[in-house]
Design a binder for this molecule. Sequence first.
Ligand code: C5P
Length: 400
Amino acid sequence: MSLTGKKIVLGVSGGIAVYKAVDLVSRLRKKGAEVKVVMTEAATKFVTPLTFRELSANPVVVSMWGEVHEFNVEHIALACWADLFVVAPATANIIAKMATGIADDMLSTTLLATPAQIVICPAMNTNMYEHPITKANLQKLLDLGYKVLPAAEGHLACGTSGAGRLPEPQAIVEYLEQTIVAAQDLAGLNILVTAAGTREAIDPVRYISNHSSGKMGYAIAQAAIARGAQVTLISGPSNLPVPAKVNFIAVDSAREMHAAVLDYFTQADIVIKAAAVADYRPKEVSSQKIKKQADANLTIVLEKNPDILADLGQKKTKQFLVGFAAETNDLISNAQEKLRKKNLDMIVANDVTLSGAGFNADTNIVKLLYPDGEICSLEQMSKTKVANILLDCILAKRKI
Ligand code: C5P
């Protein structure tokens, strides 16, 4: 995977190596990434925000209290926007703040709020870099899943020589490219995904179903596999190719899906129910094809299907439970109601009447809702991108 199209937030903290971050911005942009820069006050003493603004072609944020660039809570908007968050140079101070959860300026607050992968590029005097506190802080962040590009050795601005130099921008770019390719951040996790619509038989040749293509659920399964998870995909009928390395279970009806989901539920760490399950099924299934009657209506009586997700909400122990809410009206309130009623950890809400969203589309426009009332709104993007952001957000929430 390349950096093309990646949204990178570059956090710049105050050390002499800030000048290298200027070059880094221009290299990242040459690779096709979009870059937004957040600086600490101290960093602005070395290089002005204007330089970063011109090179990134985006406003630079420094203060929590300055001019607003977007009509959103700015640090949350930036935090959600990022595919990747790079801190270069990262001083001992910002590393200590990250390791202890201090959020007292724009950069530290945005770092605490982001669900994106964070890459730290430390740069400081050798004694500070080798201080047991800095070492312990970096180890703690590594254990939490942050990536750290070790500082280089050589002549330092303070006149000494040793470890603590910010690696050259070219080396940072290469590290980022490798890190993205190799991001196996879901390794060891067992993820259960459901996808596509169910079919509820009327007779041997007819059924009731819906327009779900399975694209969203298959994209999630594929993204999770690429990131190292063990994935079981339980799918209603779909024309999509089955992603490689997935444990694939094909089902037809809601009741079949229910049984299959229960078989795999206990071993799952994360359950993502992207399937469009039929709420009702014909009460009687004719064993023979129903013949049309001249001038008579046909009445089919429907009975309720089990609500699989609500059942899982009752049964869940360790599982992180994610539902989908495809709505045509009152998106937020309907989704919040489902989140609460089904005892979910997250719900992905989408208005299926919007163009570029919902059934059969290759893109989606979703909002991620959490039980504490937090809502993260994503712009229109490919279902693959939605899948990856969804997985990032689940990982971030599971860490808490
Ligand atoms: O209540 P509603 O059907 O709108 O909720 C949608 C969510 O619930 C989806 O995640 C869907 O997979 C799940 N669901 C289910 N069993 C049903 C109906 C919906 O698991 N019978």
